[in-house]
Design a protein around this ligand. Structure first.
Ligand code: GDG
Length: 734
């Protein structure tokens, strides 16, 4: 029986111990709600920290905690207070949190914290392994647990792991500053699926993986250690019905049943003509732009004094991480700003800012949402921002205007909101005025579009989409597994080989026999390669064909002294055992003079690229070019020479980080067939890593053994992971 294991730093409940009894209150946060449908599945467990340190628990209390957690299908990870300091307050919230939100000035790189972060991630991994059964699916949440996927994978290579990051993933330029960037990336890449709120975070992650770890990226797939990791965006939704229904009930309440805050709000609203409430709700965090918002509101009142005495900012700042110095400083700054602004503008019957520094019950939150004409949410950076969505969902009358920072992930999906730059006070002030004066029809038009989307893509749908994608990934991985050469297929192939009377083996060179080097000339054959080939070559009735896109001169220098069959330049030249080179295709290189200058101009402005001039083709290599620039220039080059090649009967062959221009109709498939028809072979084998080898796989007879090197799309029957495995495979024939 397989189950789902959800993992987050904190478990979705709060524990209270009084004497010898224990009480638990379920958390109401976005994550807890979002995962409810996944977790309520009877076969799911949630692993995380209970909120109580080891020091707070004696043996008796620990037993109580464990059994209380078990009732909620939860398992605790035991953490000490020093773990919490180094791992949570230290590395998670003093390194990763500020850096991932682009607050470099607050980012600390502390080796001790890093060590504790690793240690605590390992503690999580150990608890997971203890609770893991074969075929379980794991879903890990957030930046506190970046190393966990790889730690689990090390112990359980075949387990299915999903990871979701709730905060932004920063640009490569920022991420690269972390001293432990490789470890962090490798850690996350232990997953099968990695989810982000937005496409921007996704592309930043892909770029970091490519640039820092040099990994191959194929669309949104990262190739690592012979696995494919899928990277995708899943914008998190909210429990729409919960907010909408609660708001509906609140709107119907009679005065006597209303909360105190609601009664106060109503007093304000009826206090005068055009009295308006502007709402802001966040955890008190420097990323949320609370100080900027206050200054912008001050600027607004200065610029548009007609709103004095009418517009009021209701600001709820929920205490958060208050033992970190930056948060204490921020709290002081905000206290002072509120005091100063209130002092500057207050009238006997009106204070511009109502400031609450505390957390409020859900009921009050709904009151604030339903009574505020405007929500002003101006984070400097925010992974998503669920408050924006909750505000819109709670507007049962579909009125109300959302002003939202473009730096919040939510702005990508909420284009009907008024989107502002949180650093532009002028824009915020003008937008506030525009919002406060927006006609009701327009408010309804915008909100109804927003509500429709929020209702459809709610948090349950988000969780299901992620899980579906994770399962699809599992199935895909299985599909690949079917093609992977395994001992049974190897044995069957060797048996056929041994029984056959006349064998031929087509072997590609770069990326197959020899690994890629920065400079093509450096990929010389090693003694090991010669030994493997010589052993095969000595077998009776066995023809070894080295088939390459390389030029004849290089190949002749490397292999001319051996009497294997050599095919170079994709089939332009052939050298059979003990014979001279012969031109297989009648080709010329007259066209070089019109194409070469174009390639040179691209090489000049693309650092790291180089031209390889072969007898009958020109290759433009971009393996050492910045990966994005390389792709871009290759596309540009293709477009530029498209019309030139048409005049010369040429074609462009796209290899691995190389574009090759050559006379059309010459390819490895055609040349392999020319060899094949010369004799009657009853064992045909072909192996290659590149797109150009696909011609060969396609043209060879059905009964052939075709093998692709690396997990790329292929029509070959089987695949192996890398050149090491190619060597091992060829040695089997010995
Ligand atoms: C992280 C990312 C991402 C707030 N005050 C009270 C209260 N809340 C609830 C809100 C909302 C939640 O807390 C806050 O969620 P946010 O998304 O706005 O922000 P973070 O806490 O920073 O969350 C963020 C999120 O993860 C999800 O992936 O969107 O970008 O930073 O649900 O309603 N709830 C109650 N009383 C309060 O006083 N009951």
């Amino acid at each position: 029986m397989s189950k789902t294991i959800i993992i987050s730093n904190r478990l979705p409940l709060q524990l209270e111990i009084n004497n010898n009894s224990i009480n638990s209150i379920p958390s109401v946060g976005g994550l807890a709600t979002g995962m409810k449908s996944v977790h309520s599945d009877s076969d799911s467990i949630w692993i995380g920290w209970s909120g109580l340190t080891e020091e707070q628990l004696d043996v008796k209390k620990r037993v109580l905690v464990t059994s209380e957690l078990k009732k909620h299908q939860c398992v605790g990870v035991p953490l000490t207070s020093s773990d919490i300091n180094g791992f949570y307050y230290g590395f998670s919230n003093n390194t990763l949190w500020p850096l991932f939100h682009y607050f470099m000035e607050y980012t600390e790189f502390d080796k001790d914290h890093w060590e504790i972060y690793q240690k605590v991630n390992q503690k999580f991994a150990d608890v997971i392994i203890d609770n893991l059964d074969e075929n379980d699916t794991i879903w890990i949440h957030d930046y506190q647990l970046l190393l966990l996927p790889e730690m689990i994978r090390k112990k359980k290579p075949n387990v299915t792991i999903g990871f979701f990051l709730h905060i932004p993933f920063p640009s490569y330029e920022v991420f690269r500053t972390i001293p432990w960037r490789e470890e962090l990336l490798t850690g996350i890449l232990g997953s099968n699926l990695i989810g982000f709120h937005t496409y921007d975070y996704e592309r930043h992650f892909l770029s970091a993986s490519q640039r820092i770890l040099g990994l191959e990226i194929n669309f949104n797939n990262v190739h690592i250690n012979n696995r494919i990791v899928k990277i995708d965006s899943f914008p998190m939704g909210i429990d729409y019905d919960k907010f909408h229904n609660a708001a509906t009930i609140h709107n119907k309440k009679e005065k006597k049943d209303q909360t105190e805050i609601k009664q106060k709000i109503d007093e304000h609203l009826i206090s005068g003509d055009k009295a308006k409430l502007i709402l802001s709700i966040d955890r008190l965090d420097y990323t949320k732009g609370i100080a900027n918002r206050l200054r912008a509101f001050e600027y607004f009142l200065d610029k548009y004094p007609q709103f004095k005495g009418k517009a009021r900012l209701v600001m709820l700042a929920v205490p958060s991480r208050s033992n970190i110095p930056q948060y204490q400083l921020l709290k002081n700054e905000i206290d002072q700003l509120v005091g100063r602004i209130n002092g500057k503008f207050s009238e006997v019957s009106w204070t511009p800012i109502w400031y609450f520094y505390r957390s409020m019950p859900f009921e009050n939150l709904i009151d604030l949402y339903t009574s505020s004409e405007v929500a002003l949410l101006t984070p400097i950076r925010d992974g998503m921002n669920l408050v924006a969505k909750e505000y819109v969902a709670s507007r049962v009358d579909q009125k109300g205007v959302l002003i939202l920072s473009e730096m919040a992930g939510a702005s990508k999906e909420m284009s009907e909101a008024l989107i502002i730059n949180p650093n532009n006070f002028e824009e915020i002030a003008d937008t506030l005025k525009f919002a406060l004066e927006m006609p009701e029809e327009e408010q309804i038009k915008r909100n109804s579009a927003l509500q429709k989307r929020l209702k459809r893509y709610n948090v349950e749908k988000w969780a299901n989409d992620f899980m579906e994608s994770l399962k699809a990934n599992k199935t895909n991985a299985k599909k690949y597994e079917v093609k992977r050469l395994n001992p049974a297929i190897n044995q069957e192939m060797i048996n056929t080989y041994n029984k056959s009377l006349n064998r031929i083996l087509f072997i590609d060179y770069d990326g197959t026999l020899a690994p890629f080097e920065k400079i093509p000339e450096d990929a010389k054959p090693t003694q090991k390669i010669f030994d493997i080939l010589d052993t095969l070559h000595k077998h009776q009735n066995t023809t070894i064909v080295l088939i390459t896109g390389r030029d004849k001169v290089t190949f002749n220098t490397w292999f001319g002294h051996k009497d294997y069959t050599l095919i170079t330049e994709h089939g332009a030249w052939l050298k059979e055992s003990n014979k001279d080179w012969e031109l297989l295709e009648s080709v010329n290189n007259e066209w070089f003079k019109s194409i070469a200058p174009v390639l040179e101009s691209f090489t000049d402005r693309t650092p790291g690229s180089l031209i390889e001039e072969k007898n009958y083709s020109l290759a433009w290599h971009f393996r050492n070019v910045d990966p994005d620039l390389g792709k871009l220039r290759a596309m540009e080059l293709k477009t530029t020479i498209q019309h030139l090649i048409a005049n010369h009967n040429l074609e462009i062959l796209e290899g691995d980080k190389v574009l090759e221009i050559k006379v059309s109709g010459i390819n490895k498939g055609k040349s392999a067939c020319k060899i094949l028809i010369k004799d009657n072979y009853d064992f045909i084998f072909a192996i290659g890593d590149d797109w150009t080898d696909e011609y060969m796989f396609k043209e060879l007879p059905e009964k052939s053994y075709t093998v692709k090197v690396g997990l790329k799309k292929t029509i070959a029957k089987y695949y192996v992971d890398d050149t090491d495995q190619v060597h091992k495979l060829l040695k089997y024939f010995e």
